[in-house]
Ligand binder design. Structure first.
Ligand SMILES: Cc1cc2nc3c(=O)[nH]c(=O)nc-3n(C[C@H](O)[C@H](O)[C@H](O)COP(=O)(O)OP(=O)(O)OC[C@H]3O[C@@H](n4cnc5c(N)ncnc54)[C@H](O)[C@@H]3O)c2cc1C
Length: 457
């Protein structure tokens, strides 16, 4: 039986540990915290996961919270205009429907639950904050050592890949509050959606439904441009003061979100988080002082800013790719070439996430502004952008180059016009049939045409 060491019990480390365990590998998992410490500790993320990532969890039957977590059916975007009296107005507002629903399970619940499951199934958990010196000794006892320790200190084993890391300082200051008592968006009270609110030059507010340790909740997540008005959480240690600041910023910059947040309260004392980090891609192979090699997993090697909500999705995709590469490799040695090939396979999807995320961190060029605004007029655009959160490779086809964006918008406009013309024709025919005294139409033709218009406008 092949023996594998995994350092780090987060989304990628645990998913991989449980996946390999189910295939008969002997896994040792090192975590710097116990399951109880994770469950009773501070929130770590906002972790909304989309269809593909959820599929990887389902493939391993790890979707324990499907019945409890809110079904997130849509993803909306609002853009704030220049300030007026009483705050910033909304100048763009749309919601796209997701092809498959998304889901958000507080990592405190998921990681604690998965760690206990891993142990119950006979896995070995070592509670210890691993240092490089530990790995140097341990590495020799295993066929493969994987470092899935997130953005912790062990990243120092992996060199920064400057060619793939355009930023060397944090691009956003992050501030999260988990709350109970948030009302629905009055325009769409009938389904749950992630709401992305862009405040140009200032930052972004994300609002997302979640399952937390105290039940159904919503997450308020500010990303502030460093040095700007939303970069306002340094030094705040009191959770109530943190929430107060989150709400004050919402009242001025996103009053439409504040309107439904006037009765919120924190879910628990660990329900806030703030910080910042520089988005970084690293070389995937770490060399230990004694010469052994370790392979980095997920955030260790590709840490993007959470502005596009991709990190735990990417961690799930990375774990699924590595699982397949390990199993396919059979009994052959996990050498440097295998490690490189395994990472390259993951990079085929990760590169799209990194490109899109780094694009969103920069001030948007005009064609992207126009594209985002077009979602209000054309639901087809809103749906396509929303579903890009599940598969960011689609953005290659219509997002980055002005020519491709223009061609896509022309196509959508033409389809909308054709649908409108078809609807008008159907309406005219129905009217003339009625005039001819023909049997009364039940309206299905008109309804169908109107439906077609609604799907593209
Ligand atoms: C504020 C914020 C909001 C976010 N929002 C989203 C979102 O909406 N959607 C999304 O998909 N992603 C989001 N992310 C990103 C996402 O949480 C991470 O990308 C994802 O959790 C990474 O998974 P991982 O397995 O690589 O690492 P982690 O989940 O960070 O797990 C690493 C684990 O290793 C442990 N560890 C660290 N060092 C050691 C050590 N030396 N020894 C032993 N154990 C160690 C840590 O305690 C941790 O348990 C967000 C992140 C932040 C900070």
């Amino acid at each position: 039986m092949r023996k594998i060491l995994i350092v780090g019990a987060g989304q990628s480390g645990l998913q991989l540990a449980l996946g390999l365990q189910s295939k008969g590998y002997e896994i040792t998992l090192m975590s710097n915290r116990t399951a109880d410490e994770i469950r009773g500790g501070r929130v770590m993320s906002t972790q909304c996961m989309f269809r593909t990532a959820l599929g990887h969890e389902r493939d391993l039957a790890l979707n324990f919270w499907d019945e409890l977590a809110p079904r997130v059916e849509g993803l909306g975007l609002s853009v704030a205009g220049p300030p007026a009296s009483g705050g910033h107005p909304r100048v763009v507002d749309w919601v796209g429907r997701l092809h498959g629903h998304a889901q958000n399970v507080d990592q405190r619940i998921k990681m604690a639950g998965w760690m206990e499951t891993f142990e119950q199934r006979g896995g070995q958990v070592v509670i210890h904050g691993a240092a490089v010196s530990d790995l140097d000794v341990l590495d020799r006892k295993y066929d493969l050592a994987l470092v899935a320790a997130g953005k912790g200190e062990l990243v120092s084993l992996f060199d920064r890949d400057a060619a793939r890391s355009p930023y060397d300082t944090p691009r956003r200051a992050l501030a999260v509050a988990y709350v109970h008592g948030l009302g629905p968006r009055p325009e769409h009270p009938d389904f749950d959606a992630v709401r992305c609110n862009l405040v140009p030059g200032v930052g972004e507010l994300f609002v997302m439904p979640a399952l937390t340790t105290t039940g159904r909740a919503d997450i308020l997540f500010w990303e502030g441009v460093p040095g700007g008005p939303v970069d306002a959480f340094r030094g705040i240690t009191d959770p109530s003061e943190h929430l107060e600041r989150v709400l004050e910023l919402m009242e001025w910059f996103t009053p439409w979100e504040y309107a439904r947040a006037t009765k919120v309260e924190l879910t628990d004392a660990g329900g806030t988080l703030s910080g910042r980090y520089a988005p970084t891609v690293r070389h995937p192979i770490g060399r230990l002082p004694g010469g052994g090699l370790v392979l980095g997993v997920a955030d260790v090697v590709v840490a993007n800013d959470p502005i596009t909500g991709q990190g735990s999705n990417s961690a799930a995709k990375c774990a699924a790719t590595y699982l397949a590469s390990i199993v396919e490799h059979g009994d052959r040695p996990f050498d440097e070439e295998w490690m490189r090939t395994t990472f390259d396979r993951y990079w085929q999807s990760a590169r799209h996430v990194t490109r899109w995320t780094n694009t969103m961190l920069a001030p948007p060029p005009e064609h992207i502004v126009n594209l985002l605004a077009a979602g209000t007029t054309f639901p087809a655009v809103a749906h396509r952008i929303a579903n890009g959160f599940d598969d960011p490779s689609d953005f290659e086809h219509f997002f980055y180059e002005p020519e491709k964006t223009a061609a896509y918008l022309d196509e959508v406009r033409e389809e909308a016009e054709a649908a409108e013309a078809a609807a008008a024709l159907a309406a005219a025919e129905a009217e003339s049939e009625a005039d001819d005294g023909a049997e009364a139409d039940d309206g299905a033709g008109i309804g169908g045409g109107a439906e077609a218009i609604r799907s593209v406008r």
